[in-house]
Design a protein around this ligand. Sequence first.
Ligand code: MV4
Length: 653
Amino acid sequence: MIRKVLIANRGEIARRVLRTCREQGLATVAVYSDGDEQLPHVREADEAVRLGPARAAESYLDTDRILAAARDTGADAIHPGYGFLSENADFVEACQQAGLIFVGPPARAIRLMGDKAEARRRMADSGVPVLPGMDQPQADDASLRDAAGEVGYPLLIKAVAGGGGKGMRIVHDAESFDTELAAARREARGAFGDERMLLERYLPSARHVEVQVFMDRQGQAVHLYERDCSVQRRHQKIIEEAPAPGLSHEQREAMGAAAVRAAEAIGYEGAGTVEFLLAPDGEFFFMEMNTRLQVEHPVTELITGQDLVAWQLRVADGLALPLDQGEIPLEGAAMEVRVYAEDPARGFLPSAGTLTRADWPRAHARVDTGFEQGDTVSDHYDPMVAKIIAHGGDRAGARRQLGRALRQTRLTGIRHNLDFLLRVLESEPFAAAQLDTRLLELHGELLDVPEPEPKLLLAAAALSEQRRRQGPETDPWSSLTGWRPLGERRFTLRLALEDDTHLVSLVTRNDGHWLDIDGEAHAFGHRTTEGLDRIEVADQRLVFTSAPTSTGTVIFVDARPWAVAVDPPLEQLESDDRGDTPFVAPMSGTVVSCHVDAGETVDTGQAVITLEAMKMENTLHAPGPGTVTALPFGEGDSVREGDLLVEFEAEAQ
Ligand code: MV4
């Protein structure tokens, strides 16, 4: 029986595995490299062992150091997560030699599936459909060229040692075959030290549909339905979902059965994923098998209600699978996005850095992340910051929930792809489930990065500041302080967006709400629903969230942050805060006239004082019946923003 698990990984997957181990009552050991010691996966484990320098080769990829950590802590099993050593057959053997249980398949299954030609042959022999091709990789260039003619064009040259799109070349015609073959061989020799190639008919328009399988040591195999992972960018998955939309019951059964056959054919153990290409006519073909728990496993967990890590641990313990095929539920639909530290506005350049703010969505979604606020995303490892996963009664519901969750996420300090994710998620082709591995090529506009109107950002910032000063519970329109000309309430700020400053007022009058920017008035509307603010300025709309910063406000539009500075910053104003009196000068200016004398009683709405600022005259009115007890400034006096212009005592109610 496994009692103590060493998790040979980092970040979100280390935490994910830890969570189940803890629930199962297993002791846990984390490992970490220099720079990672402050991360959540390290502090959440019962014990943690330093491996070495940040470089993966000297830490998370170093078999000897990991085995030493397991020995030193008395761990009896190693969970590899994904990536790093998860599909390294030599590592699996080393674990076994050290008397450790490797939570994953046997070394021979990993080796077999790592050889793409061997895998293809084994699948074809077991009745798993494969595309027309040539999988005798010892062939020389001349016989490959001959075989290409039989396979037909367009075709793919695939590296035997490749996978995930590495070492792959499309060849459209016989004329370019030799050049492409030479290039593929060169690339593969450099990347894998293995230049063997196989050929396969190229299916230009297809979906990537993969089936989750499990097999125990007793020889029982089941599938847990499929995931559609067609939305990719340069072989990097972006959105994954389960089940694959539009599959008929028969197709689902056929793909599931083929995947189970694949697992049985190779005497598999544990969690595996069989990837298929799904052609527009519904035919499907084996692509490759991943011999690990995958990044996107949570969508399967959400539709089946199963804990796949718990299943892995059971199988590793030699126990039978917890459910038979017929007992595995499929409920609703789930969708996952991968949040990467990269900048969509700059060609998706990776963007390491410290998460100065990390507010993960609380409702609507599951968040698997290895980082909390204050943590640093290192440039030594994969730039994935989080997975956000939503479940709904159907695909539309899951998509809606996920959209809400993404808009509620507030991340600053790194560039990230949340706005891009939202754009794809809410695009027409994706909403209509027009899934295709070329979705982003067919809809290049999804790569454009639109910028919100400055007007809208200023309005959003003014509204956020106004609420921040008067508390989140107040209705911005009933509590506007500052200038109160008769029938008008006004909240004014100087805001800086990029290099320009603007005088912005939120105004409410009996003819409606207005936004005044540098003296120009725009019709303005606002409401808050589902934790999101929605504003409308002169027929343009913006949905946003906001958060205070040391210099003002950050407005998140499609989760993309825009900094708006408040001039002067709130701290300065708060130092001479006059509570909620309506008679605080909203900006510097000059007193034009005092309409009453000190000591005079006034009635609701009666004019008290007029100030001129920024070429505008503004009159303050009494908010209710009361007494003007003092007028500290006289006509012609200069006043500064925040000055108390009128001391007023409201009449007791
Ligand atoms: C293919 C293919 C079309 N025809 N094989 C890409 C990753 C690796 N798993 C195999 N891949 C492909 N193999 C044939 N015969 C198209 C791809 C492919 C792809 C597959 C899934 C998701 C995105 C993709 C993007 C480009 C190419």
